[in-house]
Design a protein around this ligand. Structure first.
Ligand code: FES
Length: 124
């Protein structure tokens, strides 16, 4: 028997913009401890390992940050707070139910375009 795969990956955008940049970023002095909070929550629940938190750079939905992407499922949660993270872990990661009220709006997260379809659109 091999090493089990993680059941979930949670990608947390850790991009911060320099002060004065017009573009919003997911990490500000007010939100800089959210990744640590997520990791601590996973440890407290005893599920670190089968749930793997990953720090990432920008996922191009900056206006809705701070945000995480949960895989599998392609579920993006936005405008995060510690309280929201706790509920996402409890209700989605452990309970199996997506927390719809924290999911990104459809207009910011429409259906994916397959690579093959994109090539077609580019005339390749
Ligand atoms: S800075 Fe986080 S999505 Fe762009």
């Amino acid at each position: 028997m091999g090493i089990p795969q993680p059941a979930f990956y949670i990608f947390k955008c850790e991009q911060s913009a320099p002060p004065g940049m017009p573009k919003p970023s997911c990490v500000t002095p007010q939100t800089q401890d959210l990744f640590q909070h997520l990791a601590t929550k996973l440890m407290q629940e005893g599920i670190m390992g089968t749930v793997q938190p990953i720090r990432t750079s920008c996922m191009n939905r900056c206006s809705a940050g701070p945000l995480i992407l949960v895989e599998p499922g392609h579920t993006m949660y936005v405008r995060l707070t510690k309280e929201k993270i706790d509920r996402i872990v409890t209700e989605h990661i452990i309970g199996g139910n997506v927390v719809q009220e924290f999911v990104i709006e459809d207009e910011l997260w429409d259906e994916a375009v397959t690579p093959k379809e994109m090539q077609k659109q580019m005339g390749r």
